[in-house]
Design a protein around this ligand. Sequence first.
Ligand SMILES: Cc1cc2nc3c(=O)[nH]c(=O)nc-3n(C[C@H](O)[C@H](O)[C@H](O)COP(=O)(O)OP(=O)(O)OC[C@H]3O[C@@H](n4cnc5c(N)ncnc54)[C@H](O)[C@@H]3O)c2cc1C
Ligand code: SF4
Length: 449
Amino acid sequence: MSGNTQSAAVPLTFRRFKDGDHKWKDWHAKIFVADESHKCPTYIQSTPPCQGSCPSGEDIRGYLNIVRGVEKPPLGPDGKPKMTWQEYAWRRLTQANPFPSVMGRVCPAPCETGCNRNEVEDHVGINSVEHYLGEWANEKGLKFVAPEKKTGKKVAVIGGGPAGLSCAYQLALRGHDVTIFDEHEQLGGMMRYGIPGFRTPRQVLDAEINRILELGVQTRLKCRVGTDVTLDELKRDFDAIFLGMGAQAGRALPVKDAAAPNVVTATAFLRAFNDGRLRYVGKRVVVVGGGDTSIDVATVARRLGAIEHAKPTDFQAAIAGHMAHDVAEISVKQGAEVVLTTVFPVDKMQANKHEVEQALAEGIDIRGSLAPVGIVRGPDGSATALRVAECEAKMVGGRLEIKVKEGTEHDIPADLIVSAIGQAVDFTGLEVFDNGKGAVSADRNYQVA
Ligand SMILES: Cc1cc2nc3c(=O)[nH]c(=O)nc-3n(C[C@H](O)[C@H](O)[C@H](O)COP(=O)(O)OP(=O)(O)OC[C@H]3O[C@@H](n4cnc5c(N)ncnc54)[C@H](O)[C@@H]3O)c2cc1C
Ligand code: SF4
């Protein structure tokens, strides 16, 4: 959405000034006219680094100019502004991204890393401005404006996460009829079933999702494309299909024979928590990861707390879909001891720095440069500890290389082990899109042949 209308692709081939042009004729001119120039500067409009760093392509310069009062809301026939500056700025922001309130809370804000102002003292608080505008719009009940004309084209969107919802929003604004298919009961994808509610409060999420639906977007919930409805049916009934399936399949621990009732993946763990099935954890929880997901798992585990006599099979049951945790209400919960291991040193782990600080403040024990090498089991087959070894890890050509140091193996006792080492697309019923690397191959226009 950034307005880069001109580019410097053609290099300048002439010299505008001769040598010595910058020299003043006398000292009077040098002192009193030094900051003026008769020469015409060359303006090239480029994408500001903040905008260039925003994955959503927000017009950050545009809405910050409105917030600063540089650009005013347009005037109505009565000479008064048609809307407040907050609404005007929110409308500019949401041209690209319909989720300012959610992004204001969870976006790691690469725009701020890219901000020029870092060269001077600190970045502009773009994420906070976005958060404020989103909250303001929710409080005032602002709506998007539906187009007057319809195109008559129908688009099926597979997946009701932020990608699918944003796509539906942009298409609906352009007058297309959109239907979102999602296997869950509710829309939101990982914003609802992954990120815990204390980070994305559900009323905020619902407000921003409902605003999109009010544009006339239809939904088919609890409907998995590939099993409940086939891809061929969608191809028959719609003019185009958008693939927004996200990455639902959690990766199991990369150790031999990792299956045990109390060894689970982060996606399964968080989904059980967000559905309300998981209501307590074991006394000692070990999370393997280092990214944002592992921090969410660790903080959820810490906040849930443990009950005495929790059985390893309780976690398996909760994750399989049983609401067998009423015992949590009658038992006194204790704090869970949560250890988070990462293959990188703690100061180099992938998670957002402020998330790491938050986790440490909540009492999570983060141990760096440790690789999981095995599961230690009790007589009933359930895990009693995670075996780890010291390691050196580095990224080589986009691939993670881990060198384990022989003789440094040791065990971290655990009642529950959660693997938060990444996710992959679940292609069940849609195998035709699987490029063999757990992802979909698309051309330079993001089209799938
Ligand atoms: C625990 C956790 C914490 C995170 N924290 C952050 C954070 O702090 N900041 C941040 O920016 N990002 C964070 N992320 C990442 C962010 O949530 C994802 O990048 C984002 O949700 C991806 O959006 P998406 O729409 O592509 O996929 P998803 O959100 O995964 O949504 C895809 C949807 O499609 C559905 N679906 C898939 N296949 C089918 C099918 N065949 N038929 C019907 N429905 C289907 C899925 O069930 C799901 O509802 C986090 C992710 C996790 C898991
Ligand atoms: S904080 Fe907002 S503006 Fe910045 S990168 Fe994230 S979505 Fe874009």
